[in-house]
Design a binder for this molecule. Structure first.
Ligand SMILES: NC(=O)c1ccc[n+]([C@@H]2O[C@H](COP(=O)([O-])OP(=O)(O)OC[C@H]3O[C@@H](n4cnc5c(N)ncnc54)[C@H](O)[C@@H]3O)[C@@H](O)[C@H]2O)c1
Length: 273
């Protein structure tokens, strides 16, 4: 038996239909965890579930169309999961968006406006509040503890040129993780986070995203790609999604039973934004 002891557990992964979330889903499925893939993209969530059924047919997977910024939608995510599985052991708050903008753009092209600020904050910050509250209520009433894993980013501590609104929401995740760990420890609910830096590309790194980020840094998209390679990563390479997924499996498992209130950096040693 794996020392992770995850077999038979139930997890919700927000944003589980793409990129890091899908990689986490795959790793947890291999450990025998049954999953709710909660994503705003219903079709992608259904596709992910079909793939997970091939990865490990012994566990059960359901897609639930969820908008983490909407309390009613989050309530339906929790209800649908309980209806199917009867319990929730793990919540992975992974859904997140990033829209690069400058605080001030004298050219008026890519300046941070209120609507963009509100949109990023709604998904990355309000979303983890709504999901954590709804799931923690359920974990407390069941009385068997649980684990909440929050997806931060190295940018949350280091800041990031052209991505201040995003970095702000990720910095807040450190504070939520520490605060909720203090509040929920007495219920045996651990709250942890992980903070990746530069990873292999996911759909988050869209054409629009890269064009805007390159603009905010005064370089071309090609220059941006070169900067990913040139940036000082002591391990000399970008991170793989499955490496982040392995960290989440560990943090969610009994092997991490005394770890709470902390965000683990997974950056290959990179420590400057
Ligand atoms: N990719 C990286 O290099 C990197 C680095 C550090 C942190 N992160 C964080 O990891 C997380 C996942 O990033 P990714 O690169 O896999 O992105 P991604 O775009 O590939 O996946 C994000 C998923 O979230 C879903 N989503 C978006 N808005 C939603 C909403 N309102 N409700 C529910 N689901 C929603 C999307 O449909 C998508 O499936 C994010 O929180 C991101 O900030 C990513």
């Amino acid at each position: 038996m794996s020392r992770l002891n995850l077999t038979g557990k139930v997890a919700i992964i927000t944003g589980g239909a793409s990129g890091i979330g899908k990689s986490i889903a795959t790793a947890l499925a291999k450990e025998g965890v049954s999953l709710t893939i909660a994503d705003i993209d219903a079709e992608a969530a259904r596709g992910t579930v079909q793939q997970l059924e091939q990865v490990n047919p012994a566990a059960t997977y359901i897609p639930i169309e969820t908008n983490v910024t909407d309390a009613a939608s989050v309530a339906a995510m929790v209800e649908g999961t309980l209806e199917q599985f009867g319990k929730i052991n793990i919540l992975v708050n992974n859904a997140g968006i990033n829209v690069p903008r400058l605080l001030v753009d004298p050219a008026g092209k890519e300046e941070l406006d209120e609507a963009t600020f509100d949109k990023i904050t709604a998904v990355n910050q309000k979303g983890i509040f709504l999901c954590s509250q709804a799931v923690a209520r359920e974990m407390i009433s069941r009385g068997e503890g649980g684990v909440i894993v929050n997806m931060a980013s190295e940018a949350g501590l280091e800041g990031s040129e052209g991505q201040s609104a995003y970095a702000g929401t990720k910095g807040a995740i450190y504070a939520y993780t520490r605060s909720w760990a203090k509040e929920l420890g007495k219920y045996d609910i651990r709250v942890v986070g992980c903070a990746p830096a530069i990873l292999e590309a996911t759909p988050l790194r869209s054409v629009d995203y890269e064009q805007a980020l390159a603009y905010t840094r005064g370089i071309t998209v090609e220059g941006l790609h070169e900067s990913y390679e040139e940036v000082a990563v002591p391990l000399g390479r970008v991170g793989r999604l499955d490496e982040v997924a392995d960290l989440v499996c560990f943090l969610a498992s009994d092997m991490a039973s005394y770890i709470t209130g902390t965000v683990v950096n997974i950056s290959g040693g990179k420590s400057r934004g």
